[in-house]
Design a protein around this ligand. Sequence first.
Ligand code: GDP
Length: 461
Amino acid sequence: MQYSTDTIAAVATPNGSGGMAVIRISGPEAVSCSDQFFQPLRGKLPSQMEGYTCSYGYFINANHEILDDVVLTVFRNPHSYTGEDTVEISCHGGRYLSQKILRTVLTCSRVRLAEAGEFTKRAFLNGKLSLTQAEAVADLISASGENAVRYARTLRDGATFRKISAFSQVILETLSDLAVWADYPDEDIPNIDADTLGVKMQQLLSDMHQLMSSYDYGKILREGLHTVIAGKPNVGKSTLFNVLSGCERSIVTDIAGTTRDVVEEQIRLGDVILRLSDTAGVHHTADTVEKIGVERSLSSLAQADLILAVFDMSQPLSDEDRVLLDKLPAEKTILVYNKSDKSSAAFNQDFLLQFSPVDTVEISAKNQDNITELQNAVEHFAARHATPAEDGMIANERQRVCLENAISAVQEAADALAMGFALDAVTVSLDAAADALLQLTGERVTDKVVDTVFSRFCVGK
Ligand code: GDP
């Protein structure tokens, strides 16, 4: 893929006031352009500086007016983030000043404003990063939560790339064995043994499936755990929802059935991001509006990653509670016994004990008692889905589709072997698998895909 070798510049730090801001310039003119506007207090002009060195001085405009005192750092190609000559100007914070410096830089000929993600795109195009690593940079920027940051950093260091490269290696070796065997049938080359090849393919498939299973956890880190608060009317769902989200979004009343629709909110509970839905109570109703809400809440149970099923400890369990319990998938349900502040002896847990939930927590949503216990239970649940960061991760839909295509192509190859098809058929499938993996890492990828990946970035990265 080709790109123009003009020089790009942008403010690399977020908008808004802060202690300092950084303007980044990358490309062949980065250093000569900086020479025009930087007056070193003691040291050298940028063009005289070695890579990885910095200098303190004034940033001046075309009229020789001082705009700010700055620290200027020079990175020499290829030892920079983009792989090009790069200059970073650290000035005092504030949008006004950083924009003024940027505008001055942009008056240099052949220097233009960077597009979103263009610095990282250049790093990719210069072979500094694989596409999966570049995507991890975008994830790092938007990561919320310690786990998400840790994962994004490991992926930025190339964990997924290494894993995919190992898969590609197995496939390419097999393809080369098959090619030698097909091209030189008369030579004294050991026959390809379909059984050994079959075992190799099965191992590869199992490794690929294992990597694919990391996608669910990646989704949880990125988007949060899709969590539904379920329960019959008046058990305290909205109160719990409000406690967790820290604001009054649902209507809390004593009239049964007032939460008619699914309200959604993204919150952080400890280190877990929850996409929290408060559903209409699951109960029998003749009211049409409520009925729609109930249907929606049942379908949201099926789609949820986690269900907080709320029961009222101040009353005996009712038929409605039992109906709800019937619909709950135990493996993703935490039972929440609410209203512990007025718990009644009539609350009969025996029935609930037959159910094997992920966890059971007693709380008082109204008094905010034991919410930390609930937080611990949710964190434990999320941790059970965790895969070691070092094993790499399928972090987004683009990567998932590529890996899925690779898996089905390897599966085709394995099937062809098992059915005793000609080895040509195996070669065709393995070629397709290798292609899908090269697309995943970005080694063989279309301009359109690259543009889509980098359009997710912010300007300056
Ligand atoms: P929902 O219909 O399940 O959403 O229930 P709400 O959150 O609207 O609560 C129904 C009633 O129960 C309200 O009057 C709440 O104030 C009350 N409530 C909720 N949680 C508790 C609790 O922990 N203890 C007590 N005593 N009352 C609660």
